[in-house]
Design a protein around this ligand. Structure first.
Ligand SMILES: C[S@@+](CC[C@H](N)C(=O)[O-])C[C@H]1O[C@@H](n2cnc3c(N)ncnc32)[C@H](O)[C@@H]1O
Length: 250
């Protein structure tokens, strides 16, 4: 995908997620993603003093949890950056985070992360990665901004091995990727990430007795979706000071 195509899809994403933000969906998503996110946070082994990126942070609820977890401690004062393409999501995230002096919200594209090299110890991305028009380019950017030995945690609900979610591609007003677990693992490895792992993280929240929303046909499908779970990709940037093979300067 060339840079012009990425830029025009980014414009579409900004418009669509600004609409979501205005409808209050940024805040609503916390209830939908909290269970799988908390299970991921447990694996992240966050420590006070770490620098963390929340990629596609939406209204910033997970950024604030991260900020509490890496805040002041014996190892220093941690810092969390929430990045999102939607300026309305970012405006809301900032408004809800005034009490946090170690959380910062930045409007920008995952394809061009406005940050310096070798900075972040950990990256979390919740339900955002499948929207990125050029996932290769985003992985090259993540490799660039992550510290050597830094760890990446990407949570994805829409992927080929959870078939209940594939219909969402038609419902959503923006293009999405629907890759398989195997394809994602190969993609991360191709970008020189090490220790690539794929886990399926079930959602343990109770379901209502009946379901009348638009994302699932019925409550049985909702329960299947939760049982199969989200795909969690975990990977580590190698301990090198030199750039890996997929490194590109944009
Ligand atoms: C489904 S929401 C999830 C938001 C948040 N992580 C949560 O769990 O509540 C997807 C988010 O990804 C953001 N996003 C989509 N494409 C993006 C891109 N290319 N760069 C940065 N953010 C993007 C959207 O604006 C939106 O806020």
């Amino acid at each position: 995908m060339d840079h012009r195509q990425t830029a025009s899809t980014d414009d579409l994403l900004r418009e669509e997620f600004n609409r979501w933000a205005e409808q209050g969906k940024g805040e609503e998503m916390e209830a939908h993603h909290a269970d799988i996110t908390h299970k991921t946070l447990q694996r992240m082994e966050l420590r006070a003093g770490e620098r963390v990126l929340d990629l596609g942070c939406g209204a910033g609820w997970a950024t604030r949890i991260l900020a509490r977890m890496v805040g002041e401690g014996p190892e220093g004062f941690g810092q969390v950056v929430g990045l999102d393409i939607s300026d309305e999501m970012i405006r809301r995230a900032r408004a809800s985070s005034r009490d946090f002096d170690n959380a910062m919200f930045v409007c920008g594209s995952a394809s061009q992360i406005p940050w310096e090299e070798n900075f972040f110890d950990k990256v979390l991305s919740v339900e955002s990665f499948y929207y990125y028009p050029d996932q290769d380019r985003v992985l090259a950017e993540l490799f660039r901004v992550m510290a050597p030995k830094g760890k990446l945690f990407i949570l994805i609900n829409l992927y080929r091995d959870n078939p209940c979610t594939l219909r969402w591609a038609e419902e959503l007003k923006v293009p999405v990727h629907a890759r398989s677990i195997e394809e994602y693992v190969k993609l991360l490895q191709a970008h020189a990430f090490e220790g690539v792992e794929a886990h399926q993280v079930p959602d343990s929240t109770p379901s209502p007795e009946t379901y009348s929303g638009r994302w699932f046909r019925n409550v049985d499908e909702l329960n299947d979706f939760k049982r199969i779970g989200a795909l969690l990709l975990v990977a580590r940037k190698p301990d090198v000071r030199n750039p890996g093979p997929a490194y590109t300067i944009y």
